[in-house]
Write a protein that binds this ligand. Structure first.
Ligand code: ZN
Length: 167
């Protein structure tokens, strides 16, 4: 008798880049939604629930609790969506889910995947004063601090002024 063991070595999983692109696509969608200044209707409550995971730092546990609640509330569930003649596509909502439930489940799951592999630091919030924008940090060592160049330049300029004033 022998025990059959199945080991999945990350390097041997084909499709890893597709998984990465799935996750980053839905997180970018969440970022767009959270940063949106338009009226996003029912999705506003979803954006509010997702917002705390970005730049959470030591408050990650509380943000994760809200994220778990969101996933349960919107019925997140892995589901292979079939299209005749095509290979099934993995989604995280039932085929009959409402648009809001589907978006909440897919965005929430993508964010959960990033947090679940210890990469919560990649969910960033802009450190510039009076900016509440969030972003997905894809830099090699997760060192991004600002939502964009405008905020980065603004922060640099005010740090320069502060140094000058201190002299
Ligand atoms: Zn900013």
């Amino acid at each position: 008798m022998y025990a059959m063991t199945v080991t999945i070595e990350p390097g041997h999983i084909t499709g890893q880049s597709q998984i990465d692109s799935y996750v980053s696509r839905w997180i970018e969608q969440a970022v767009t939604l959270i940063n949106s200044t338009d009226d996003i209707g029912e999705l506003a409550a979803v954006a509010d629930a997702l917002r705390p995971v970005f730049g959470a730092g030591e408050h990650l546990d509380a943000a994760v609790t809200r994220l778990n609640d969101l996933l349960a509330r919107h019925g997140a569930v892995p589901n292979l969506h079939g299209h005749p003649g095509q290979s099934p596509v993995l989604a995280f909502h039932r085929p009959d889910a409402t648009r809001v439930d589907a978006w909440a489940a897919d965005m929430g799951t993508a964010i959960a995947m990033v947090i679940g592999v210890g990469q919560a630091a990649r969910l960033g919030a802009c450190e510039a004063e009076r900016c509440a924008r969030v972003f997905l940090d894809t830099t090699r060592n997760a060192s991004r601090r600002f939502c964009g160049l405008t905020c980065q330049n603004r922060a640099k300029a005010s740090a320069y002024r502060a140094r000058r004033a201190a002299r």
